[in-house]
Design a protein around this ligand. Structure first.
Ligand code: SF4
Length: 526
């Protein structure tokens, strides 16, 4: 029987009436240019289950009505629909599963990923008729495959047997802790086109968006892109000190990676042999978090790689913190590995703003992050210079807004972002500026829901917050909710914690920084 593993589209593109001013999917540049590695990993792992045909579905490229039509036409042959849900896509996933249940209530529904992990209780208790099972955390491939095996065999599901599984027992949420597991590396790229034709759609998007820009910036024409997971995690998770807006749910392991350099190279080779020459390393942060693995890879390149002329080798792209890039050796290692482009969240703004966003990487023994915050602008300037010297293209990002930001701080932050772009002098290839979104799972979402903590934290930073009554009302509105309208939550957060500012002010600031980037010849988005 079929098991659909689905990445839904952004809900605001398929559900009428959703607000979409600063969260348009086209604003998010990686969107739909590449296969979805999480979904492909789960689908690939399901090949081990006898009698199950895994169906890879990426609703960011396949028209959503086609997916609904497939469910309707094949309902009798569908065992389960499994949804990988982010906050932006959760509601669309619910829509699909509700439709499936209406067509055939026997179809089992399974949800997982960051949104479910952050709002487990809210999702399960609000959707008792739509969500049968949930998986919480990151290391859940083994538990998920076992669940499908049990369902496929018509067996009784016993939650303790499936690490990461969460079910509702009456009003009680029963969770089985996830178990550490290696990264699942046996990816079957042929699943991409087994039922729906995804490759053609990715190809069109990739050639429309990535290829021309990359060719213009590097002179290299790439043909197809795919994500590759040699590791996952970020050094900040080690201290449970994620940036305030970061909603990545790293689960039980702050860092997980393939065991060694040969294993990492094997993944690179598998993707290359499958026809991909633009490899998107999915690690949340590369140079500081996976420095050793990268160094070992650079020291032991395989023969197939060294035999290729440099221009025929696959290029790699990935994420880095600016303070990881400001070290020349780390930057040189990345470049030596064929990394050509890095996505870097830049750290402009006053020290107090950087602290409010929990941007500085503070060693455990260093209680005060103020000194570190003071150094961040310099680190960023150096990172931009080092990257340029090493021939690394940077796609940089800024986030506008934070707890306790007022008009003065907003102005200072915008000026600082523009100054950093001026300093970059050709080192920045592309720019993204986002308005702060309090995504479930992030510290900012906690601050939205908890006025006391928000006030304590702001006071600790020496920052003001607006009147408490409004914040209380906004917090009441969001507590217990499973569907989060991101734009509405953004506006409420601004009103609750940023005195004298509105979402429009932040959107205008974003436009100003983007315009400045454009005037310097920097590509916006893409
Ligand atoms: S550096 Fe990036 S991945 Fe790490 S905590 Fe901050 S936002 Fe999250």
């Amino acid at each position: 029987m079929q098991v659909l593993v689905v990445s839904p589209p952004n809900s605001n593109t398929v559900i009428d009436g959703a607000s979409c001013t600063v969260t348009r999917p086209e604003e998010h540049t990686d969107w739909s240019d590449f296969p979805n590695l999480g979904v492909l990993t789960l689908a690939s792992a399901l090949r081990a289950v006898p009698g199950v045909e895994p169906v890879y579905v990426d609703g960011t490229v396949v028209p959503w009505p086609d997916v609904l039509a497939h469910v309707e036409a094949n309902a009798g042959d569908i065992l389960a629909i499994c949804v990988s849900a982010l906050t932006a896509t959760y509601e669309a996933g619910l829509q699909l599963c509700a439709a499936a249940k209406r067509i055939d209530e026997r179809i089992v529904t399974v949800f997982g990923n960051d949104h479910l992990t952050a709002l487990t209780r809210e999702c399960l208790t609000s959707r008792t008729r739509v969500i049968d099972y949930a998986f919480v955390g990151n290391e859940v491939v083994g538990g998920f495959v076992d669940l499908i095996r049990t369902l496929s065999a018509g067996g009784e599901v016993s939650p303790p047997d499936h690490p990461g599984l969460v079910v509702l027992d009456g009003q009680r949420v029963v969770a089985t802790p996830q178990r550490e597991e290696p990264i699942h590396t046996a990816i079957d790229y042929s699943l991409l086109d087994r039922v729906f034709e995804h490759s053609k759609l990715y190809h069109e998007n990739f050639h429309g968006r990535v290829v021309p820009t990359f060719a213009r910036l590097t002179g290299r024409t790439v043909t197809a892109g795919a994500p590759v997971e040699i590791g996952r995690g970020c050094i900040k998770f080690a201290r449970d000190d994620a940036c305030s807006f970061c909603s990545i749910q790293y689960g039980g392991m702050w860092r997980n990676s393939v065991p060694d350099a040969p294993a990492a190279w094997a993944l690179v080779e598998a993707a290359f042999r499958a026809g991909y020459d633009y490899l998107y390393l999915t690690a949340d942060e590369l140079p500081l978090t996976f420095g050793r693995l990268l160094r070992e890879m650079a020291e032991s390149p395989p023969g197939w790689w060294t035999d290729l002329p440099e221009d025929d080798r696959p290029v790699m792209v990935g994420y880095a913190r600016a303070d990881g890039l400001s070290d020349e050796r780390r930057a040189a290692t990345l470049r030596g590995l064929g990394v050509r482009q890095l996505m870097v969240g830049l750290d402009a703004g006053t020290p107090v703003s950087l602290q409010a966003m929990r941007k500085p990487l503070v060693p455990i023994r260093d209680a005060a992050s103020g000194y570190r915050a003071e150094l961040m602008f310099e680190h960023n300037v150096r990172a931009l210079r080092v990257a340029r010297d090493q021939g690394l293209l940077l796609k940089v990002g800024f986030v506008v807004g934070h707890l306790g930001m007022d008009a003065t701080l907003l102005r200072e932050n915008v000026d600082s972002m523009k100054a950093l772009l001026d300093t970059a002098a050709g080192g920045v290839a592309a720019l993204d500026v986002e308005v702060l979104s309090p995504e479930p799972g992030s510290l900012d979402f906690t601050m939205l829901l908890d006025p006391d903590r928000a006030r304590d934290r702001a006071a600790g930073l020496g920052l003001r917050t607006p009147g408490r009554r409004v914040h209380e009302a906004r917090a009441r509105k969001w507590r217990g909710r499973d569907v989060i309208d991101r734009e509405e939550a953004m506006a409420d957060y601004v009103e609750s914690v940023m005195p004298g500012l509105t979402l429009d002010d932040l959107a205008a600031a974003r436009a100003e920084v983007r315009d400045h980037g454009r005037s310097l010849g920097v590509t916006i988005g893409a």
